[in-house]
Design a protein around this ligand. Structure first.
Ligand SMILES: [Fe+2]
Ligand SMILES: [Fe+2]
Length: 203
């Protein structure tokens, strides 16, 4: 099966399972898919396994929000059902499920295959740069978290940049992703310094 037909088949079955939350919606899955394919051009990896894993990696987020289950496990389960329906080989379904189980940042799992390394990288790249900034403020807004605070004990979206986003560059697996992360990281630094200046009325 060519990749475009595979993507089309998966899209038709997967998008309705996706959470409407902007950070983990179908558009996030599509961006991660495109980035996986871009990284794969240099790093290699099975294109079918990677495409399927990327498009389905967060399909269980809605169940996590509703039932407090781990979404990487849940996504692997739903991915298995969808891929069986479209006639994916059981050998490749197992591979896809393993890649999906290993994607989660919070679980800090070490990726054991090239495809898992690439998905981790693509997912993390989507958390930085302009998209990362947009996702972070959008998520903070949905949780009523203040954008910034003078009080260090108060969780703020600005603090999240220091706790997580500015560290992402150093936890990537592939050289290709590290090169892409460099520009995204620098863009966030420019944004943050401007943001702080505007808070103080200096710009
Ligand atoms: Fe995820
Ligand atoms: Fe994701």
């Amino acid at each position: 099966m060519d990749i475009d037909s595979l993507v089309e088949l998966i899209r038709n079955k997967a998008w309705k399972h996706y959470s409407p939350e902007p950070g983990h919606d179908w558009l996030h899955a599509e961006r991660v898919y495109r980035m996986c394919m871009k990284i794969r051009e240099r790093e290699g990896g099975d294109p079918e396994v990677l495409a399927a894993a990327a498009l389905l990696h967060d399909v269980g987020v809605q169940n996590e929000l509703e039932q407090n289950v781990d979404h990487s496990e849940e996504s692997a389960k739903i991915a298995g059902e969808i891929l069986r329906e479209i006639g994916f080989s059981s050998h490749k379904i197992k591979k896809v499920q393993e890649v999906i189980r290993q994607h989660r940042f919070k679980n800090s799992v070490k990726a054991t295959t090239l495809e898992a390394k690439i998905l981790q990288d693509a997912d993390r790249l989507d958390a930085i740069g302009a998209i990362g900034i947009a996702r972070t403020f959008s998520y903070g807004g949905s949780r009523k978290v203040p954008m910034y605070s003078d009080d260090r004990n108060v969780t703020s979206t600005l603090q999240h940049f220091h706790d997580k986003l500015l560290k992402i560059r150093s936890v990537l697996n592939t050289e290709t992703a590290k090169a892409i992360a460099k520009e995204r990281h620098e863009f966030m630094e420019v944004f943050l310094s401007r943001f702080l200046k505007e808070i103080e009325g200096e710009a």
